[in-house]
Write a protein that binds this ligand. Structure first.
Ligand code: HEM
Length: 415
């Protein structure tokens, strides 16, 4: 199956800005848009803001790729029992994702087609830059109860256990599929999810979705570390998107792990974590710093001067978040965090419904998120947060080229 859309110049690329010019050149040459390769782009984020991120590769973009500013995350449930209709959806989605990440409208575009038919594209991203849009697909445990996929479910795709303090809302949890859309422009991310949902009509339906802003957990350590809504630098000791050795060790599924169809993929744990912001805001600075084991200004670990100094865990309170989450307290467990802040209005009691939409990628959730989250049962931070949504997904490997499609390795017999 090939992308049959002609390599016509995108309307966005005709606007004449630098990044789209590049995209146009690559598209006109009949190839995919090669701008920023997932996992090996060490350029400062600002320099490439607005550009297109390569959709094809060994791994899906949106994991090791430099983190964009905005998120629209959607979990879907399958509504068709017809395996071939579902496979066709994955192909349709891939074709649309390939175009949208290159800054092009879906199909024949938003106007100029048959007046009697709704346009292929909804139109709200016309004139906007590709904005480093990445689209990352995942398959939830419940998908493997469909289409005879039972024996293809990876062992590592476990149902998450119940953790201390969980207060999960089923309507914000789980899902057969997910798509993570990240972009520097929220309208570009929302446009992508909206158009995928539209293409999916009759085959999938959105189960829940989450908007995020103010990325936390940068994967480009040379940049200033972003702050979470509690005002602390977040992501200091994250895996850098350029650190291929640690990505290989902790994030990408390896041949030895199996199953074959997952090699080059990863596992995603998503948690909607509400912050009790009002309580936090009445907490003394000392208590706030004790909770994390880092100072609020510089972000340095207790007893150290600089943010990037190695944490000295024993100097921290026994229940400090960093002490409990650190690999040395978890048999070396290490995850790639890629979360975003959220504020979804107020809760009817005058409190902000705000927090952290936590996204963590890892090679195996049992030795990654689950290992760490169990250790966080005694975390001092728990007084100020509550996990209210939860999901886990198998993230298949990347789409290799224009003949490939999302999920091919799962649905084709040969991997
Ligand atoms: C609202 C909830 C959370 C907040 C506000 C938060 C905040 C922070 C902050 C400020 C740091 C220190 C800076 C850094 O190294 O990134 C940190 C570190 C870390 N957090 Fe969290 N976190 C939250 C939830 C979680 C959860 C649920 C997990 C995993 C189960 C987790 C895992 C980690 C890890 C692995 C580190 C790095 C520890 C190290 O190597 O020093 N965090 N977090």
């Amino acid at each position: 199956m090939t992308d049959t859309n002609p390599p016509s110049p995108s309307r966005r690329s005709l606007l004449g800005w630098g990044g789209a010019g590049l995209a146009l050149g690559a598209a006109a040459a009949g190839g995919a848009v090669a701008v920023a390769r997932a996992g090996d782009d060490a350029r400062p984020e600002g320099a490439s803001a607005g550009a297109a991120v390569e959709f094809h590769g060994t791994h899906q973009a949106g994991i090791a790729t430099p983190v964009q500013d905005r998120l629209h995350f959607a979990a879907f449930d399958v509504t068709t029992g017809d395996r071939s209709a579902f496979v066709q959806l994955l192909k349709d989605w891939t074709r649309a994702a390939r175009r949208m990440t290159a800054g092009k409208p879906v199909g024949e575009g938003a106007y100029g087609g048959l007046p009697e038919a709704p346009p292929d594209d909804t139109g709200e991203a016309l004139g906007l830059r590709p904005s480093r849009l990445t689209l990352t697909i995942g398959f939830g445990p419940s998908l493997f109860e469909r289409f005879g996929l039972g024996d293809r479910r990876p062992e590592a795709l476990v149902d998450l256990p119940r953790f201390a303090g969980d207060n999960l809302d089923g309507s914000r949890s789980d899902g057969d599929l997910c798509v993570q859309a990240c972009a520097d422009d929220p309208q570009v991310a929302v446009h992508a999810i909206r158009n995928l949902a539209r293409i999916g009509m009759g085959r999938v339906v959105i189960r829940w979705s989450q908007l995020g802003f103010g990325k936390i957990s940068s994967t480009t350590p040379e940049k200033q570390t972003p702050r979470n809504l509690m005002g602390f630098k977040d992501g200091t000791r994250n895996i850098a998107g350029t650190d291929t050795a640690r990505l290989k060790k902790f994030v990408w599924v390896d041949e030895r792990d199996g199953p074959d169809w997952m090699v080059g993929g990863s596992y995603l744990v998503a948690r909607r974590i509400r912050m009790h912001i009002e309580t936090w805001d009445r907490t003394s600075l000392q208590e706030q710093e004790d909770v994390f084991g880092r100072d609020k200004g510089e972000g340095a670990p207790v007893g150290r001067a600089k943010e990037r100094d190695e944490p000295f865990l024993k100097a921290m309170k026994p229940d400090a978040h960093v002490r409990l989450a650190h690999p040395d307290s978890n048999d070396g467990a290490t995850i790639l965090r890629r979360g975003y802040s959220f504020t979804d209005g107020t809760d009817g009691l005058g409190r902000l419904d705000a927090g952290l939409f936590f996204l963590a990628y890892q090679r195996d959730p049992r030795t990654g998120f689950i290992r760490i989250q169990r250790n966080l049962a005694t975390d001092a931070l728990n007084e100020y947060i509550q996990h209210v949504g939860s999901a886990v997904f198998a993230i298949p490997p990347g789409v290799r080229d224009t003949d490939d499609w999302w999920g091919r390795t799962l649905f084709s017999e040969e991997a």
